[in-house]
Design a protein around this ligand. Structure first.
Ligand SMILES: C[N+](C)(C)CCCC[C@H](N)C(=O)O
Length: 288
């Protein structure tokens, strides 16, 4: 099984993540809290209360973990394509796989990565939602002191299965939308590249960026549900399942609730995924 794909996925995921984390914090807060009037209001309040550091809460953990998750996603994707088409990454632009094969490989990669992503994503969401300013003498400490403390507290309070809260919503969010992600990328690359040639850097950047936006646009409704189910616990509402969470959110806040975070998700998705695909393609060509 070719391992370069895993390593390239690892590095490219980490690069994309740093660029996108501030957007991600604003998104999670808008989706799960009702105190902000919009993106700008959330950014201003976060900056005033917590300084620039507020935007980078919960990042150390995803930077290590996204590397693992992206490596699983790209590694499984590429190896599934290899199994389906018997063409390696180097031969793939010369003998392109069909879009159905790309979709199946993308869904497979998406499905497998969820099991690595779920606990990391849960911890990230819980930490991002702590709006207390950095500890000052006399102020009450935040509930979780950091990722390790957060993981340990969840295990203690809810058992190890607590770390997988929201994992089913995450599976529903990621399996089809990662199929769409890779199909969009392939389609856009092929549109602007002569048959059989490698796509240019500009093409890879634009195709990667739009692949990110498209898949996030489709994923946003389930992203809202996923974040809410992950927050369920002492201070937040508890839901009976994905459908219950959807029904109650829609009843209480209207259908617009399913599009919370769409703008910010798209703004974040372009740079993150442009850089992810560019570094992935280049690392593989370089090792080629
Ligand atoms: C499938 N879904 C849209 C949820 C994610 C697809 C993009 C994944 C990328 N690591 C990012 O963070 O943007």
């Amino acid at each position: 099984m070719p391992v370069e794909e895993f390593v390239a996925g690892w590095i490219s995921g980490a690069l994309g993540l740093v660029l996108g984390h501030p957007f991600d914090t604003v998104k999670v807060r808008l989706q799960t809290q009702t105190t902000y009037r919009g993106i700008i209001d959330c950014m201003v309040k976060t900056y005033r209360h917590e300084s620039l550091l507020g935007f980078f809460k919960g990042m150390s953990f995803p930077i290590a973990s996204i590397a693992v998750v992206n490596s699983v996603l790209f590694g499984v994707y590429s190896n599934t394509l290899l199994a389906l088409t018997a063409t390696s990454h180097q031969e793939r632009w010369a003998q392109p796989p069909s879009y159905t094969q790309v979709f199946i490989a993308g869904c497979t990669g998406g499905f497998v990565q969820v099991y690595c992503l779920a606990p990391f994503d849960l911890i990230k969401v819980r930490l991002q939602n702590q709006t207390e300013p950095r500890a000052r003498p006399g102020s009450p400490p935040p509930r979780y002191r950091g990722p390790v403390h957060c993981a340990a507290s969840i295990c203690q309070e809810e058992g190890p299965r607590g770390l997988f809260r929201g994992a089913w919503a995450l599976t529903l969010r990621d399996t089809p939308t990662l199929g769409i992600y890779f199909v969009t990328y392939e389609w856009l690359c092929r549109q602007s590249t002569p048959d059989g040639q490698n796509p240019s850097s500009a093409t890879v950047l634009v195709a990667g960026g739009f692949a990110g936006i498209t898949s996030w646009a489709v994923a946003t409704p389930l992203d809202v549900i996923k974040s809410r189910m992950q927050m369920a616990g002492p201070k937040h509402r508890v839901y009976r399942g994905v459908l219950d969470c959807m029904a109650r959110s829609a009843r209480q806040e209207g259908l617009g609730v399913f599009f919370r975070g769409l703008t910010i998700n798209s703004a974040r998705a372009f740079p993150v995924n442009a850089v992810t695909f560019l570094s992935y393609e280049y690392l593989l060509r370089w090792w080629g």
